[in-house]
Design a protein around this ligand. Sequence first.
Ligand SMILES: [Zn+2]
Length: 216
Amino acid sequence: MPELVFFSGTMDCGKSTLALQIEHNRSARGLAGMIFTRDDRAGEGKLSSRLGLVTDAVEVEDGTDLYAYLVDHLSRGGRADYVIADEAQFLAPEQIDQLARVVDDLDLDVYAFGITTDFRSKLFPGSQRLVELADRVEVLQVEALCWCGARATHNARTVGGVMVVEGAQVVVGDVTHSSDEIGYEVLCRRHHRRRMTAASARAAALSPDVLPMSNA
Ligand SMILES: [Zn+2]
């Protein structure tokens, strides 16, 4: 039976690397995949991993109907033996419904990869819909680590190096000036709650308050 599988995790947990591995294993067996992505770090129409691998993909837009796209592709004689949807947290809930329909009506496996929660530790709407609809949810086992060494379970957003908990849910790509540059960092829940990033932990460690008393 074809399945809708949601591979979920934090940033840096190897989702895109696994997506590329699944694609490689199946194409090595002569299978053709339809690969969707949205806002990949490598740019439009790319699925890339932090390890440097990259493959071409179909860039999903706001109004893209993923089911219709596949039906159209197949009706033109195109092949698709399975579907990969990377950065699935950025898909709209109705696009997740379309992926479920691909499984049920086109009999294709769909492997969706996404971050579960945003920098405020709230579910992305696309990820919420995947949790609701998926046949299986797999939490990725390549664990990202917080700076303290604990398992990183939360995504933090930083602006100019300082962790923030308010702002638009999705901010991707280059940001204007270095002083308010937006960055992301994975943290354990304890340090996410305390808003303590690697940089602020370093700064705290270097502050005179906590340095050992000098004997001089
Ligand atoms: Zn930590």
